[in-house]
Ligand binder design. Structure first.
Ligand code: C5P
Length: 230
């Protein structure tokens, strides 16, 4: 029997560096990459365009089924996200989209509706995927699992720098409050709460630079001994 397509899951709270690290690791391995948060953000953005109420679970579930989400690489090699055919990459990264995604992600039917869409990204030669429940729910059979963390203060600082570079004015206090609120919501929801998968390699990225984290993650991807079949 041929081996299943390998998957490396990288889960962790917002600001732990998952996105950057996962993209770099995927490049190094020559594997595909799935940013699962982008799917939740895309539904959040589509719900905003349709002026839906974030408390109306039924409308949000319908919106999840109706929203077309596509990924493509720009000429500059950047990953762009298309929502219903429109390039929504920049809108997806806003705090508003993140907060909407987090509220929507707590609805079990939304998570169920996105399950197969995420699994469809598992294609040869392999997949690196980041999110909150990649190792626990979406790819529980993944041979490689990592859980990234960083202190809340450092995560707020990273986000502050990113937003400042983009000319967005925010305060550190406000960002820290938002990060802690999102952590609490993601960790306490009843369906697929944020928690490390069994057997995941934990890496605390506080005080580490990107290259150091990439090397540690790559070290977690060591070939497994093959079980021989008689
Ligand atoms: O990772 P990112 O910040 O883009 O995710 C946005 C939100 O989407 C998270 O706060 C979380 O609530 C939700 N999410 C999730 N499960 C995933 C990925 C993201 O619940 N696998």
């Amino acid at each position: 029997m041929s081996d299943p397509i390998p998957v490396l899951t990288i889960d962790g709270p917002s600001g732990s560096g998952k996105g950057t690290i996962s993209r770099l690791v995927a490049q190094r391995l020559g594997w595909h990459y799935l940013d699962s948060g982008a799917l939740y953000r895309a539904v959040g953005v589509a719900a905003g365009w349709a002026d839906l109420d974030l408390d109306d679970a039924g409308a949000l579930v319908r919106c999840t089924f109706d929203t077309e989400i596509g990924f493509r690489e720009s000429d500059a090699g950047e990953l762009r996200v298309l929502v219903n055919g429109h390039d929504a990459t920049d809108e997806l990264r806003t705090e508003t989209a993140g907060a909407a995604a987090s509220a929507i992600a707590a609805i079990p039917e939304v998570r169920a509706a996105l399950k197969d869409r995420q699994r469809a990204f598992r294609r040869p030669p392999g997949l690196v995927t980041d999110g909150r429940d990649m190792g626990t729910v979406i790819f529980p059979d993944a041979p490689y699992k990592v859980f990234l963390t960083a202190s809340a203060a450092e995560r707020a600082e990273r986000r502050y720098k990113q937003l400042k570079d983009k000319g967005v004015s925010v305060t550190m206090d406000g960002l820290l409050r938002e990060i802690l609120a999102r952590d609490a919501r993601d960790a306490s929801r009843t369906v697929a709460p944020l928690r490390p998968a069994e057997g995941a390699v934990h890496i605390d990225t506080t005080g580490l630079d990107i290259d150091a984290v990439v090397e540690r993650v790559l070290a977690a991807v060591v070939p497994r001994p093959r079980t021989s079949v008689a």
